[in-house]
Design a protein around this ligand. Sequence first.
Ligand SMILES: Cc1cc2nc3c(=O)[nH]c(=O)nc-3n(C[C@H](O)[C@H](O)[C@H](O)COP(=O)(O)O)c2cc1C
Length: 228
Amino acid sequence: MTDENTTASAKAPRILLLYYSFSGQSRKVLEAAGEVFAQRGCEVVTAGIEFTDPRYAPRFAHFPMRRVWPDMLSVLKAQQNGETGEFRTPDTVRNGDYDLICIGSPTWWKAPAMPIRSFLQTDEARKLLDGKPFAVFTVCREYWQENYAEVCRLGEACGGRYTDEIHFTYPGDPLRSMLSLTSYLGSGRYRKRYLGLRLPPTNVQPDQLDRVRAFAGGLASRLFGRDK
Ligand SMILES: Cc1cc2nc3c(=O)[nH]c(=O)nc-3n(C[C@H](O)[C@H](O)[C@H](O)COP(=O)(O)O)c2cc1C
């Protein structure tokens, strides 16, 4: 092996965990992946996108939501129309050069949450993603496909190379899982029953965190030869 190769293989791959997360679910998923990348000798940098748009952000500035249905519905039209909004990224997004970008994207009204979709349409995103592999982590109650497809499309439009995806949905039939989630988003508490119905658990579950750890291990092996 030449000196150059030795240096190259010894250099820790740099991985950016980029996400928006209102109730902490996407963050939790990416952090679990980040622990595995770090165990495999990668350098892990975290970048949470902040939602700052004055039209909508005040409703998303508090957890739990103050008025869950009006707050959720406030972005419905904008989401359906594919609108973008203001956001802020940490310096790590602009200052670093990364070997893999992991994008944590929660679903809002069947689409990537506005801060993620907005970011992916900027020069900053193009600079970050151009020529780089990216993986998509979608988190939602039910509708992950539309979100995932849009993140892929926008990431590739930035010149990124789509590598893989993992998605997480929440248990229960559509009505009960929706009641369980909205009850949580509006109270910050997990209720067992609501409106006379028994509710399934909501949010990312421990076995899903095990799945994301295995997924991250697979990425580290495949992309960087970083086996256990
Ligand atoms: C405004 C809003 C709209 C949502 N719309 C959908 C939806 O259309 N489909 C779905 O499956 N989940 C939907 N959800 C559920 C989120 O995807 C879910 O709460 C997820 O855990 C959010 O991740 P986060 O905590 O990382 O932000 C919505 C949540 C919010 C706050």
